[in-house]
Write a protein that binds this ligand. Structure first.
Ligand code: HEM
Length: 173
């Protein structure tokens, strides 16, 4: 569904299935990794985002990227079973609302996920339990779908394409 949001001055898409229902990563991951590893993982993730096809969305200085990675890490601390630092320090997560100022379509989401998966290619660097990587990525896939706010055009053929198809078919008299 798409609706015009005057405050944003654009159409906003809401994924029809709503937020992912209660999918959480293993809540013991925080205990295994510890705070510093979560912050390091998110810092490396943001370094990749800064070099990615969606880098224009993110701060363009190393300091800005680092600060943004720390907000991500505060959120991840709670998501992985540790203290809910984001809620304690910044405020109610309201993640979808906080992402609305950025135009996020599915292609951007996939690029975002590619960067996170890249960081987790060697989970041992962060003491991330190897057995929990798949479950964590499953969580990221579902949650990131809820951040999408721009519809991808459907893949139905173009009108022009239809016209030439029926002309080629020569069935019409
Ligand atoms: C699992 C999915 C996601 C989570 C948990 C997440 C989490 C966060 C958090 C905690 C922040 C900081 C908000 C703040 O306090 O300012 C943030 C910011 C941001 N996120 Fe996400 N995000 C997700 C998906 C995405 C996706 C798919 C995109 C784009 C493709 C995206 C783009 C951004 C941008 C552009 C910012 C602002 C950067 C900044 O902090 O300056 N996020 N995200």
């Amino acid at each position: 569904m798409e609706e015009y949001i005057p405050q944003l001055g654009r159409m906003v898409y809401t994924p029809p299935n709503g937020p992912p229902p209660g999918v959480r990563p293993n809540q013991e991951i925080y205990q295994h990794m510890g705070r510093d590893n979560i912050f390091k993982m998110c810092e490396d993730f943001y370094t990749l985002l800064g070099q990615s096809a969606i880098s224009h969305m993110f701060p363009d200085t190393p300091e800005g990227l680092k600060a943004a990675s720390q907000r991500q890490a505060m959120f991840m601390s709670g998501a992985l079973g540790g203290p809910p630092l984001y809620a304690q320090i910044i405020g109610p997560p309201r993640m979808r609302a906080r992402h609305l100022p950025f135009v996020i379509d599915n292609a951007s989401r996939l690029e975002w996920l590619r960067c996170f998966k890249k960081v987790l290619e060697i989970p041992e660097i962060y003491d991330f339990p190897a057995d929990d990587v798949a479950g964590f990525i499953y969580f990221l896939e579902g949650f990131s779908a809820w951040m999408v706010n721009k519809e991808t055009p459907s893949e139905t053929p173009h009108k022009d394409q239809d016209a030439s198809d029926s002309a080629d078919g020569a069935s019409q008299t």
